[in-house]
Design a protein around this ligand. Structure first.
Ligand SMILES: C[S@@+](CC[C@H](N)C(=O)[O-])C[C@H]1O[C@@H](n2cnc3c(N)ncnc32)[C@H](O)[C@@H]1O
Length: 196
């Protein structure tokens, strides 16, 4: 069975058009087999979007592991700030690019990158629903290396579930960032990690 973070060219496509309403705005998101949350908006991703302090957010913003693009697209629409989105899964990136057009976004870009491999600049804000199934090494690379891609006083926002090790992630992040818990619901933690 292939995983949502693998490039499996043989997996048949089953393109789905999903609709989501967030903050009174309707969004169209195309999803497909072989990507995360192919049925539509994941609870943790929704909670992260509902918990972000939009008035305080600064750009440019990087969405790491963008999947079909929901986090970056909603944040771009709500703030008009510049957003880059990266993912290792080409099918997900293809969907992100399509969804950027479907939702008439501007000042937003999606490109392939294994963690930060192809990232060449720094950001004020990084957002992520990290790929737990890809394993601890990848998750920690995304969370800890974010520091190298954040500007001074930059902020990382992430969502993680209690049963996926939220408590130990919080305690490990504290070695590198000023950490606070922004929201909690149904076992999901929304974490803010500020560079210090
Ligand atoms: C939990 S999903 C979140 C997707 C999307 N942001 C959302 O909220 O629906 C994590 C994403 O990370 C991507 N990913 C996995 N390993 C990665 C890596 N090494 N570098 C970049 N992205 C990766 C997966 O392909 C997947 O799209």
């Amino acid at each position: 069975m292939s995983h949502y973070f693998e490039n499996d060219q043989n997996l048949p496509s089953n393109l789905k058009k999903t609709t989501t309403t967030l903050f009174d705005q309707n969004y169209i998101f195309y999803t497909d087999n072989g990507i995360f949350a192919k049925r539509g908006l994941d609870y943790g991703s929704r909670l992260l979007l509902e918990s972000l302090p939009y008035e305080e957010l600064k750009g440019p913003i990087l969405d790491v592991g963008c999947g079909y693009g929901v986090l970056g697209i909603v944040v771009n629409k709500k703030t008009n700030l510049e957003v880059d989105m990266i993912d290792v899964n080409r099918r997900a990136l293809h969907l992100s690019k399509r969804n950027i057009k479907e939702n008439k976004c501007s000042n937003i870009n999606a490109f392939e990158s294994n963690c930060y491999e192809k990232v060449t600049r720094k950001y004020q804000t990084i957002i992520t629903n990290p790929p737990i199934r890809a394993g601890k090494k990848v998750v920690y690379e995304i969370l800890l290396k974010a520091k190298d891609y954040l500007m001074n006083e930059g902020t990382l926002y992430l969502v993680i579930r209690k049963d996926q090790g939220a408590k130990s992630v919080i305690s490990d992040l504290k070695n590198y960032y000023d950490v606070s818990i922004v929201n909690k619901s149904k076992g999901f933690f929304i974490i803010k990690a500020k560079t210090c």
